[in-house]
Design a protein around this ligand. Sequence first.
Ligand code: GLC
Length: 424
Amino acid sequence: MKWVLLLLLVTALLGCNNENPNKVVFFVGGAPNELEAWESLIKDFERDSSISVELLKQPSNTDQQRQSLIVSLDAKLKNPDVFLMDVAWVGLFAHSGWLEPLRNIDLSPYFEKVVQQVDTYKGNLIALPIYMDGGLLYFDRDLLEKYHGGLPPETWSDLLNDSLEVQSQIRPGHPAFYGFVWQGAEYEGLICNFLEFAGTQGGFIFKGDRVLLDTAENRWAVQFMHDLIWKYKVSPPNTYTEMREEQTRLYFQAGHALFERNWPYAWNLHQGEGSEVKDKTGIAPLPAPPSGESVSTLGGWHIAISKYSDVKEQALAFVKYVTSYKGQKKMVLLLGWNPGRQDLYHDREVLKKMPFLMELKDIFLHARARPVVPYYPQISDIAQRWINAALAGRYTPEEALQQAEKEIAALLSRYAIIEGSMPP
Ligand code: GLC
């Protein structure tokens, strides 16, 4: 009996050591079509190299992805070897020392500002942009034309009036119909949306290096977001409990809404088979105040190699493949991304498929970044909690913003004490 147990143990240990030394574990999240596209790109890479890649599929929610990566990296686990990071947490990961510097990369095809501001840490290149995001307004062109002359709204009050009008016409025969869907659940997307509403009034989270949330501009934004749901009832009641990117995307795609705020990825899916809004979706910049400017939050995802990977050379080969012209082009054609490489914005085939790509480039080149500090995810967690509570009607915008500001200030002073300085 003892021998049998010993044999089993040895076999198990041998099994553990028998991991393929030439395998890269890649952690990536997204909508189902994004994961399918990754699978296909991985197949190309495996065919062109002798390296195999295991895909660790994740949900699209950025906060969930961040949490699970933090668990592995904090425990110094050998895998995942390669992962995508939301622009919102690159700073935290770099500051934590979890990213392996990327060497021998030709940076000329990339947007210099993005590489400098996001992908460089203490003089080292620690990541590369895969795609850029900026918040956009999608609209149902047919409905807007039928009931409202067809032009997308330029101001928030236009958006509200169009929503009220079209909704009142459609609702009687279509009770699930709403004017405007956006991301209001308690997660990172809520802050992206809040910064767009607030940004058009001049609001933000910081003034210089001081946290400043409880301002008239920010209060207006939270009040307006609240009122869209409760007072005007043009956004569904589950906006603050459930609406994330995918929920809004599916809602609009099912023909249940006139307007949708989402990232560029939604376009291809709206144009896909089975979509109720195929060939009748329009894209416009988000509304602004009269004579003010539209604000779009800068989003996007960046690829990096874990400091703890033990197949760094293979991981780098994979990163180079994924970021190559060929690799990126394939993903852009499949998914309609705004690629991280500038040269693809001139590619004929890409432009044919996405004629509005140049306009999108303009939107994200002017998009507003979230605070670039390593503690941003914690700042955001606090702001999410309070703003979401105001959307739920549990606090007034003023109370919520004051509380969030207090908690964030306390967090920052804790870090200032630990590190002897404010975050950069
Ligand atoms: C998108 C953006 C990302 C943002 C997230 C919020 O994935 O690319 O930057 O943080 O949405 O949900």
